[in-house]
Write a protein that binds this ligand. Structure first.
Ligand code: ATR
Length: 273
């Protein structure tokens, strides 16, 4: 059996082994996929060992995505733009390719699973960390009317936006500057949700018929998903669909077969009640 794994810390609650097992059954691929607790200071030796023992591909999650980008022998353009890698794949020539499937996973979840299209829409991303970096280019590719990155530390948002200036209309700012503006889609990419916190958000920030999307997910609705519901979002979604879609893209990179995501999303949604 070909071996794959996800590395990260913490990793105990990762849904990736289950997702890839379902993909493998569905597409009749023979593979094994495990989860390993790997802290940043053990990253290099753990990845070296995995591939030297015959591993074919890895997913890397927090806090390892930047390290994975630096580790790869070569990276896709989208991985280089985000300076972060969630998928490593052994190539025929023995080299390791890095890719980042997070952004296309998000766009696929919005477009294919929820009929939400980004062209000409006003989009706000909350947060300017690694999670935001991973999704900017695939969003700009869809030609939104406007993409605003708002962050607690406004310089970080401005620097990030500056780096993507050639890719589309993008502005970085602090939370105070988005007061009085409205958006059709608000994406939470801060880690605030994980602590059940929220950035400061004005009451009328979401346009009528607008959509909220939290990159985070959990057994219960996140604080940002609840914010969306209480502010009359047309839809208020968490990142479970994106998780499955980014996994499907990684699976395709490794196996050359594209699994169906809808039945897997349904299974996972059912499991969390
Ligand atoms: P990730 O790789 O998940 O994006 P990160 O690089 O540590 O993680 O970035 C976390 C993001 O969440 C940052 O944008 C951070 O804001 P700062 O840059 O100002 O630190 C944001 N964040 C974390 N906790 C927050 C909170 N309680 N309120 C608002 N923003 C928060």
């Amino acid at each position: 059996k070909d071996r794959y794994a996800v590395f990260g810390s913490p990793i105990k609650h990762s849904k990736s082994p289950r997702i890839h097992q379902l993909f493998a059954e569905q597409t009749q691929q023979s593979l094994e996929y495990t989860a390993e607790e790997v802290p940043a200071d053990k990253f290099k030796e753990s990845v070296d060992r995995f591939f030297s023992q015959g591993g074919k591909g890895l997913n890397c999650t927090l806090p390892l995505k930047e390290l994975a980008w630096a580790y790869a022998d070569h990276n896709t353009e989208r991985a280089n733009l985000s300076k972060a890698v969630n998928t490593l794949a052994l190539q025929d020539d023995g080299s390791i390719l890095g890719d980042n499937t997070d952004g296309c996973g998000l766009v696929a979840d919005l477009n294919d699973n929820h009929d939400i299209f980004l062209k000409n829409s006003r989009i706000l991303i909350l947060g300017a960390g690694g999670a935001t970096r991973g999704i900017i280019a695939p969003i700009l590719e869809k030609s939104p009317q406007q993409l605003v990155i708002a962050n607690r530390t406004s310089e970080k948002a401005r620097d990030l936006a500056e780096g993507f200036r050639d890719w589309g209309k993008i502005i970085g700012c602090g939370f105070a500057e988005i007061q009085g503006h409205q958006f059709d889609l608000i994406i939470n990419a801060t880690s605030a949700s994980l602590y059940d916190e929220l950035p400061p958000l004005a009451e009328n920030l979401l346009a009528e018929g607008g959509v909220c999307y939290d990159l985070a997910y959990g057994g219960k609705p996140t604080s940002f998903v609840r914010w969306g519901v209480s502010h009359k979002a047309q839809k208020s979604l968490d990142g479970l669909g994106m998780l499955v879609e980014q996994a499907a893209e990684a699976f395709f990179l490794w196996r050359g077969v594209r699994p169906k995501t809808k039945p897997v999303i349904e299974r996972l949604n059912f499991a969390r009640g």
